[in-house]
Design a protein around this ligand. Structure first.
Ligand SMILES: NC(=O)c1ccc[n+]([C@@H]2O[C@H](COP(=O)([O-])OP(=O)(O)OC[C@H]3O[C@@H](n4cnc5c(N)ncnc54)[C@H](O)[C@@H]3O)[C@@H](O)[C@H]2O)c1
Length: 281
């Protein structure tokens, strides 16, 4: 695999593009919003500068990495040469299915289609294509250039050789693949989101304040970040949506988002991206 197309140039898309470009892949970055592409390239430059300051890459590497990325504003042009297309757009199954259908139409027959979805069924996304055996989940963690894990999700129809190729590719970009089945929330969010939800319940019941709850989980469990601060980083809307997908997917009320979380999302307090969540930024 040489040509990687990343669709969606937001938080995750720019990180995925950065990592593949750094490893010498030819990256096509697609977004329908010109402003998102500009912001993504600015973020990638800023993150490479951080890597230079830490001695991870050199000044010459910076030019090479940036030259490996070409921006496109349509899927049609962006996926024409793709060996692998990784979708990283908004967490909405209808939007993602439209994109999977478009990639399927325009990408070469051998191209593997991956989704960075946090919780949407891979089988459902695969159903929008005529190549469900070549559809797989590649769930990168935020921030992508730093986090080692990629959760690899096999859909109902994903072929073994496709999984093997994606596992090898993940290792080639210095990440660690963990293969799981296609269940709501997969593993990472199935375990993380109930913990975040429980922390929000504890806060709303007045058991303690946000800083103390986070401090207990940092000191007591050796977590680098408390669950409420982490929720602010992820985005409270994203947390709520993943919980709803698990509640519906398992038909189990235990995953229902805490009313405080629902209210905060309704009030536009989404965490860092809006300047306020459980903390002010
Ligand atoms: N943010 C996280 O911490 C995180 C972690 C792991 C996985 N994810 C998953 O990654 C995916 C992307 O999340 P994000 O936080 O990067 O979102 P984001 O909102 O930062 O970026 C989404 C991008 O998709 C673009 N987009 C929307 N519709 C498009 C289309 N039709 N064609 C091309 N581009 C389009 C938007 O313009 C935007 O730039 C989601 O599925 C999310 O669940 C997010």
């Amino acid at each position: 695999m040489k040509n990687i197309t990343v669709i969606g140039a937001g938080t995750m898309g720019n990180g995925i593009a950065h990592v593949f470009a750094q490893k010498g892949f030819n990256v096509h970055l697609v977004d329908t919003q010109a402003a998102a592409l500009d912001k993504a390239m600015a973020t990638i430059k800023k993150n490479i500068d951080r890597q230079i300051a830490k001695g991870i890459v050199s000044e010459e590497d910076k030019q090479r990495i940036l030259q490996n990325i070409t921006c496109f504003d349509t899927i049609e042009l962006g996926v024409q040469k793709a060996d692998l297309a990784i979708e990283a757009v908004t967490e909405n199954s209808n939007i993602k299915k439209t994109i999977f259908a478009a990639i399927d139409l325009h990408a070469p027959a051998h191209c593997i289609l991956a989704s960075n979805t946090s919780s949407i069924s891979i089988a459902e996304l695969a159903s929008a294509t005529k190549r469900p055996q070549q559809v797989i989940g590649m769930h990168f963690m935020n921030p992508v250039p730093i986090m080692k894990l990629v959760e690899i999700i096999n859909g109902a129809a994903t072929a073994n050789e496709v999984t093997e190729k994606i596992v090898s590719l993940t290792k080639a970009i210095d990440k660690i693949p963990c293969v799981v089945k296609d269940f709501p929330g997969f593993i990472a969010n199935r375990i993380l989101m109930p913990m975040i939800n429980e922390a929000i319940y504890a806060l709303s019941e007045g058991v303690s304040d946000a800083a103390t709850i986070d401090q207990i989980m940092k000191l007591g469990m050796a977590h680098p970040m408390g669950p409420l601060q982490l929720a602010d980083y992820i985005g409270l809307d994203v947390c709520k949506n993943i919980l709803v997908i698990m509640q519906e997917g398992f038909n189990n009320i235990k995953y229902a988002p805490c009313p405080l979380l629902v209210n905060m999302v309704a009030a536009g307090k989404l965490g860092i991206k809006t300047g306020e969540g459980f903390y002010k930024y």
